[in-house]
Design a protein around this ligand. Structure first.
Ligand code: IDP
Ligand code: MG
Length: 137
């Protein structure tokens, strides 16, 4: 069984979409095996998105990610990484398939409601960023 890290971003929490996002993952057969609502500081948001530090949107993205509480979760299931990203939709909601979370609820590329790990390596790093081993059951 594969695990991945997903986050309901501050815009998703502000819009009252925590339950909706989790519902979509659960409806697809993914299991929530860890869950936490937490406010990231600016430095933590910078560390989480370190892979993007050379990008023009890094400052704005990390300001956004530390602008309000987020809900982080570990999802488990077969092909959890790929399936989570399919349910999320493309990064830019303009390119996201109809029926995906980003197509249905996001208006712009930065504030796009939800995060999902993109590879097994990054999933392991991102899960460890939020959760200790005993919190994942
Ligand atoms: P992903 O979240 O679909 O994996 P990434 O390319 O890893 O997309 O980018 C991380 C996050 O950075 C995106 O989810 C989005 O919030 C933000 N982002 C990506 N590209 C842009 C951009 O061109 N302008 C502003 N923000 C962006
Ligand atoms: Mg990414």
């Amino acid at each position: 069984m594969e695990k991945t890290l997903s986050i309901v971003k501050p815009d998703g929490v502000r819009k009252g979409l925590i339950g909706e996002v989790i519902r979509r993952f659960e409806n697809a057969g993914l299991r929530v095996v860890a869950l936490r609502r937490v406010m990231l500081g600016k430095r933590e948001a910078e560390a989480f998105y370190e892979v993007h530090k050379e990008k023009g949107f890094y400052q704005s993205l990390t300001d956004f990610m530390s602008s309000g509480p987020v809900v982080a979760m570990v999802l488990e299931g077969e092909d959890a990484i790929q399936r989570t990203r399919q349910i999320m939709g493309a990064t830019n909601p303009k390119d996201a398939d109809p029926g995906t979370i980003r197509a249905d609820f996001a208006e712009e590329v930065e504030q796009n409601i939800v995060h999902g790990s993109d590879s097994p390596e990054n999933a392991a790093i991102e899960i460890a960023f939020f959760f200790s081993q005993r919190e994942i059951q």
